[in-house]
Structures are given as C-alpha cells and as structure tokens.
Design a protein around this ligand. Structure first.
Ligand SMILES: [Zn+2]
Length: 130
C-alpha cells in the first residue's frame, strides 16, 4: 500500500491529456489551498479559479469502490479514509471560500466524463467546434 499522496495517477494523466487536446492550459500540483502548505490542487486553472482533484477510489472512499477495499482490513482503513475524506471536504471548503470552483472526479470516471465536468466549471463547451 502506498502511503504517499497519489501522484500522476493514470486517470489524472488521461484527464490532463484530454484537457490538453481540448486546448486548455493548466497548472498541476499547485499549493494554493488557503491556510495550508502541503495540500495541493491536482489540476488548477488559475485565471478561472477552477480547482480539479482526481480522487483515488480507495484512499478517498469512493461510494462505488471504497467499501469493497475497506472490508479487507476494517480495523484500520475506515479511520484513515474517514480522515482523508474530512480533509478533502476541508480543502474544498477553503478553496470555495477563496473564490474557487472545486471539481472532484473519481479515478473510476472516464477522462471524457472528467473533461465534461471541468469544461462545465470553466463555462466552455466540452467539444471542440470549428
Ligand atoms: Zn470508484
């Protein structure tokens, strides 16, 4: 089990590629969460103030896939994951209070789905026209 933050996971890379193909430019792994030093935004659109997180199903307790993993070692993981979820909520709240729009995408969601949610937050069409 990796205990470090998930960095450059496959779903995140695929989403970044989809955004890039769409012509969107962003910063990655940006420490802009107010009042914190170590928390980072996975994909940040700094002008539009849209913060995107790609959350791992296991560590962040995805309702579809988290539970299955939790049963493997139920004495420890629920606390750990509950802590992660509480921190996620706090991170989102801190960003919203600073005027950011927060988009959280589960790692099981497709890059297309993620692209659609990010472009909606950016208030631009998801498909390239013309
Ligand atoms: Zn999931």
């Amino acid at each position: 089990m990796q205990l470090q933050r998930e960095r450059d996971t496959r779903p995140e890379i695929e989403l970044r590629r989809a955004l890039h193909r769409r012509g969107l430019r962003y910063r990655v792994d940006l420490a802009v969460v107010p009042g914190t030093r170590r928390r980072r935004v996975d994909i940040a659109f700094t002008k539009a103030k849209v913060a995107v997180f790609v959350d791992g199903c296991f560590w962040h307790g995805c309702p579809e896939h988290g539970q299955r993993h939790h049963q493997i070692n139920s004495h420890y993981w629920p606390d750990k994951i509950a802590g992660n979820r509480a921190r996620d909520l706090d991170t989102s709240e801190r960003l919203r209070q600073a005027g950011w729009t927060v988009v959280r995408i589960w790692e099981h969601e497709s890059a297309d789905t993620g692209l659609g949610r990010v472009t909606a937050a950016l208030k631009i069409p998801s498909a390239k026209t013309g």
